[in-house]
Design a binder for this molecule. Structure first.
Ligand code: GTP
Ligand code: NAG
Ligand code: NAG
Ligand code: NAG
Length: 428
């Protein structure tokens, strides 16, 4: 039996609707209405860190890809900063940072259409958000009952961080931009996967030029966790050329490592990557040693510096390498202490960029350079349940490292057999 592919049908209908609406929309242009395509903006709970935010990008990118079957949608990249972990005060304010500072936006676009918020704003006086949806968890959670997907527009449980203007519109922090306003905020109690939002969003597909914003975008779950789409979106998240080149320069200079030697070369387009990639990695091991808040909340999973040194030495000895690279949010004193616990046979290498470099690439860039270096090491040991470590493990999975060199973690003192991280195998 012959059937008409549904997606063709829908996009045809949308195209027709477009031409009709475009006229009206363009008349309203100078009042801040965007013409043509629909735009999805999103933000997160301000407390979320850089690495979790990258995970939420994957959730929303996969969702927008699906939404595009219902209309011409563009994902708006929320500027970076300020983030609670970006503490360097000497390098100036870290806010309104575009994605291109850290990521390769041309590469993102090869998975789903995105635009930097600053580019969307560049040609207008005011950006008007037609609907702002503030997500919240259901007040009563799900107790011990069966977990089910559900959502409901209802009263805001806590007052959302928005306020009304004299003109009856809504303003908020909006990344520090004064010229964004929303028509209306509605609170949506939500439990489930991103795709559950499809009916709400696709409603707007019927007209063009709509801007919808979702706040608390960390609440919905991945639609395709660990699946093909997850990995496509993840693979599209290449870092900026500049950060790769800083990491590569460091590897050459201090670790005698480069992509040719170490079999860590990727095709320039992530869509050309193959499942068969096999990485060897540089002649060094890497440990990601989370300190700071992890020392308090997670004492039973975080090693002392002395025990961390033991674990690093053990693997370096086994693999017969001398260089031990450590990425850490610890202090320089902590790193010196770590060095003192290592046998002189081994060389501890840390990334200490100059003031000029830090001012240029900021805290986020420093973190990424360390992540790139760790993702190309012969062997990696991460910190228990650190999203910073997870991003490195994904990168190593993409490069094709053997699992036993990637899915490892430091054990707390006295424990030589703590539970190791789940193996997140890439699917292509
Ligand atoms: N430069 C550098 N920064 C690190 C390192 N480890 C942690 N950080 C910083 O500390 C922050 C918290 O790290 P994680 O817990 O891994 O992940 P996160 O998603 O950013 O934060 P949470 O999910 O809120 O814990 C990171 O965003 C970095 O800013 C590291 O090895 N090097
Ligand atoms: C604002 O949103 C509420 C709840 O979704 C809705 O009842 C109301 O009609 C909206 N107001 C405007 C002006 O759009
Ligand atoms: C990882 O596994 C391979 C193959 O099974 C083995 O040769 C290698 O020694 C293992 N590496 C580590 C660090 O255990
Ligand atoms: C080691 O850590 C695991 C958790 O990863 C825990 O279940 C086990 O009891 C610990 N063993 C010792 C000796 O502390």
């Amino acid at each position: 039996m012959m059937t008409i592919p549904v997606h063709l049908y829908i996009s045809f209908a949308v195209l027709v609707a477009f031409n009709v609406i475009r006229l009206q929309a363009s008349q309203a242009c100078d009042r801040g209405v965007v013409t043509g395509r629909n735009y999805l903006m999103y933000d997160l709970n301000p407390a979320e860190g850089f690495n979790l935010r990258r995970d939420v990008y994957i959730r929303i990118a996969v969702f927008v890809k699906r939404l595009q079957q219902h209309g011409d949608w563009v994902l708006v990249l929320p500027p970076w900063g300020p983030l609670p972990h970006w503490k360097s005060k000497d390098i100036g304010e870290q806010l309104k940072l575009p994605w291109k500072k850290f990521f390769n936006v041309e590469s993102l676009v090869k998975y789903v259409t995105v635009v930097e918020l600053s580019d969307l704003l560049s040609d207008k006086k005011t950006l008007l958000v037609n609907q702002l949806i503030y997500l919240q968890h259901f007040q009563d959670g799900w107790n011990d009952e069966k977990w089910e997907e559900k959502y409901k527009f209802e009263e805001c449980i806590k007052k959302p961080p928005y306020w009304e203007t004299k003109g009856g519109l809504v303003k908020g922090w909006f990344w520090g931009y004064e010229n964004i306003e929303a028509k209306n905020v509605s609170c949506l109690s939500f439990q489930g996967h991103y795709k559950k939002l499809l009916p709400i969003l696709s409603k707007h597909s019927k007209t063009s030029g709509k801007v919808v914003m979702i706040d608390r975008g960390e609440i919905p779950l991945h639609d395709d966790y660990g699946g093909v789409n997850y990995w496509k979106a993840r693979r599209s998240m290449r870092y900026s050329d500049h950060l790769y080149s800083l990491a590569n320069q460091f590897r050459r200079e201090f670790l005698e490592s480069d992509d040719e030697r170490d079999d860590t070369l990727l095709p320039s387009d992530w869509r050309d990557e193959s499942v068969e990639l096999k990485a060897k990695g540089g002649n060094y091991v890497c440990g990601h040693l989370r300190r700071q808040d992890f020392l308090y909340g997670r004492a039973s999973d975080v090693p002392s510096l002395e025990f961390a040194a033991k674990q690093l030495e053990k693997i370096a000895l086994l693999l017969d390498v001398q260089n031990i690279f450590v990425a850490s949010d610890g202090t320089n004193q902590e790193m010196e202490k770590l060095r003192s616990y290592l046998s002189p046979k081994f060389r501890l290498v840390v990334y200490l960029p100059s003031f000029e470099t830090r001012k240029e690439i900021l805290d986020g860039g420093v973190a990424i350079v360390e992540q790139i270096i760790c993702s190309r090491a012969r062997h990696f040991i991460g910190s228990f349940e650190s999203t910073f470590s997870f991003r490195i493990q994904e990168e190593r999975e993409i490069l094709g490292f053997p699992s036993n060199s990637t899915f490892n973690r430091f054990c707390a003192d006295g424990n030589n057999s703590c539970e190791q991280p789940a193996k997140w195998k890439k699917v292509m």
